[in-house]
Structures are given as C-alpha cells and as structure tokens.
Design a protein. Structure first.
Length: 382
C-alpha cells in the first residue's frame, strides 16, 4: 500500500503549484514575460502530479486524457528554464523567431506520441494502470536518454547565461543585490531535479521508494518557489541591471573605436575620471551605473569601461567600491562619526546593503569594519 505521505505531497504540491502558476500567468508586471515561462513550467509540473492524484482517488476514469501529458513537461522544461533566465537577465526581452526553435523538441514529441494521444480514454487508463502496477513504459529506453541529454544541455545553457549576467553586473553596476543572481542559480539548479527524477524513473522503474523520492523533489521545488514568492515578491515584479543587448554592428563599431583609442587619450580620460570621482563623489549614489557615470564625465561608456579595465586593472564594481571603502575608512577614523553605526556609515559612503559593504571592506582592507574602527580608536587615544 502506498504511504499517505505520497498522497499529501501530491495534494499540497498540486495546490501550491496551480495557484502560484495561475498567479504568475495572470499578474501584470514588468516581469510578465519571464513569469509566463516560470508559470508554464509550474503548470506542466502540476499536470504530472495531478494525473497521479486522479489515479489514487479513482478520478482517472472521469478525466483519462491527462494520462501521459507529462511528456510535455519532460521535453519543454529545459527550454522553459533557459527562456526564463534569459527573460530575467535580458533587457526588453522579445521572443524572436530564432527562439521558437527551442520548442522543436516538443513538436517532435507530439508527433512521436500522437498515436497514443488520440487513443480512447479506456486505453489511456489501461496504459496508466500497467505503467504504475507493472511498470510497462510502452516506449523504448532511448527516449528517456534523449530527454536527460536535452535537460542537461539546457541546464548548462542557463548556467552560462547566469555567469554572463554576473560578469555584466561587475562591469556595469556599482551595487549588486545578490538576491537576484542567487535566485536564478537556485532556480536553475533545483528545477533540474524534478526532470532528472522523472527520467530516472523511466530508466530504473517505479518502486515506492523511487516514487517517494521523486514526489519529494517535486514538492520541495514547488514549495521553495512558493516561499520565495511570499518572502521576496519583488523577484517576480522587477529585475535590476538587466543586460542590454547590443546590435552586431554596434559591437563591431565599439571594437574598432576601442582599438583606435590611443594611450594619450586613455590617460586623458583617466585623469578626467579620477578628478571627477574626487571632486563630485558620484560613488555616493548607491544605484550608480557605468552608463550613468559615462554621461556625467562625458566619456563614451565603452571607452570608460576600457580604461577602467585596462589602465586600472579593475572592474567597474571594484573601481567604485574602492572609493566607497576609502570614504568609509575615513569616517570610521573620524571622531565626528563615532556615534554613527557601521551600517549608517556604509550607506553614507554609497553602499546599498550591509552585506555588500562588509564584503567590499574585507576585500580592500583584509579586515572587518568593526575591527578597523577599534584599531583606529586605539590609534587616536595614543
């Protein structure tokens, strides 16, 4: 007899997944396109659980055509993960014609499984009974192998996009909220588990232990996304510092202009930049970006990025944070700021979070702000 634990996972997981997916698919926000891919992923995942729920409650005979609809999740899940990450990280994301090619595996799956999809309800119920009770798949094992390869390829592509996004942040943004980057990393990694779990079932059989593990993975994923939606709802409404896609001709132009940038001109730009940083203190703006600073100093953004990287051997993030840490150190040693909390000084210096401040301070000073302030106090007393 199947443990009640499995039934609870199916019921609660299906409820959480369906309600969250409907919310993501219907709510209007700047993240609607990204939410569509995530909502579709969750809805297809719930279809997989719901057919199991119908089987266990005796409702399968009333709705037999839900049987085997999980094939759409298995072949679409990887593409949905990839497109979700892309829609999150790419500014003004659009479904260009080339991106529709990612749905070709789903189309091929429909053609391959079409004879089964048009079978009668009785035949589908009989198939599902054989599938659950005797584990008769009715499809060759190589289909599971193809699905696992497809899921792994898309997982790698998603991780590659996340790495590009992180690199873009360090070169464009002066303040990074790691919540968004970590969410993408966590989502991409955990969303792969239900797919591989189903494929594992296809390879090695449907014992109660395997079923319990798969249902636990699915429930854990759905619950995690639901918890994030409650705790960090802004993740589903906005995504900061998205990558601006540059046209190929603009890339070629920037490469040409960068290669023609003479050392004398680079030195001129550096001098102009450093003077501006010292006098105007733009680093105190927590949301300062490379593009914004480029406009302020009247230097083309690609030139500014080039001189910071080549002449100062720094990313834009580290370049700006070096000034912020310098300002924070000065305030930590100043008796006029002795009544200020460390986090207040961090915000005064231009940091937007305690985590970002402590990380940058430790990187540039090899000590913590608290330890630095104590050593500075002792130096003043002496």
């Amino acid at each position: 007899m199947e443990p009640i634990y499995n039934l609870i996972l199916i019921i609660v997981g299906s409820f959480l997944g369906v309600t969250l997916s409907l919310f993501l698919l219907t709510v209007k926000s700047t993240r609607s396109k990204a939410n569509f891919f995530l909502g579709t992923y969750l809805l297809l995942l719930c279809v997989y659980m719901i057919q199991g729920l119908f089987y266990r409650t005796g409702w399968l005979e009333m709705m037999p055509h839900v049987v085997h609809l999980n094939i759409f999740f298995e072949v679409l899940a990887g593409a949905l993960i990839y497109l979700y990450v892309r829609a999150c990280t790419e500014k003004n994301f659009q479904m260009k014609p080339i991106l529709w090619l990612h749905f070709i595996p789903a189309l091929l799956a429909i053609l391959y499984y079409f004879p089964f999809l048009i079978e009668s309800g009785e035949e589908k119920v009989a198939y599902y009974n054989r599938y659950i009770q005797k584990f008769v798949l009715g499809v060759p094992p190589w289909t599971s192998l193809l699905k696992s390869i497809l899921a792994t390829v898309y997982f790698v592509l998603a991780l590659r996009l996340i790495a590009q996004y992180k690199k873009y942040l360090s070169n464009e943004a002066s303040s990074i909220d790691v919540t968004y980057h970590r969410w993408l990393l966590l989502f991409s990694s955990s969303s792969l588990l239900p797919i591989l779990g189903m494929i594992f079932w296809g390879f090695f059989g449907g014992s109660q232990e395997v079923i319990t593990v798969i249902l636990t993975l699915i429930f854990g994923f759905v619950f995690s996304v639901y918890a994030v939606a409650l705790i960090k709802p802004q993740i589903f409404h906005t995504f900061p510092n998205q990558i601006v896609e540059i046209e190929a001709k603009d890339v070629q132009r920037q490469k040409y202009e960068s290669s023609s940038l003479q050392d004398a001109k680079k030195e001129k730009f550096i001098k102009k930049l450093l003077t501006y940083m010292e006098t105007e203190k733009p680093y105190k703006e927590a949301d300062l970006t490379l593009s914004t600073l480029a406009e302020q100093v009247n230097i083309p953004a690609h030139y500014l990025s080039q001189v910071i990287n080549e002449k100062m051997n720094n990313s834009f993030l580290d370049f700006v944070n070096s000034y912020r840490v310098k300002a924070a150190k000065k305030m930590l040693k100043d008796v006029d700021y002795e009544n200020y909390t460390i986090i207040a000084l961090a915000y005064e210096a231009g940091f937007n979070s305690k985590t970002a401040f402590y990380s940058a301070f430790k990187k540039f000073t090899n000590t913590t702000p608290s330890a630095f302030r104590k050593s500075a106090d002792r130096a003043i007393k002496v």
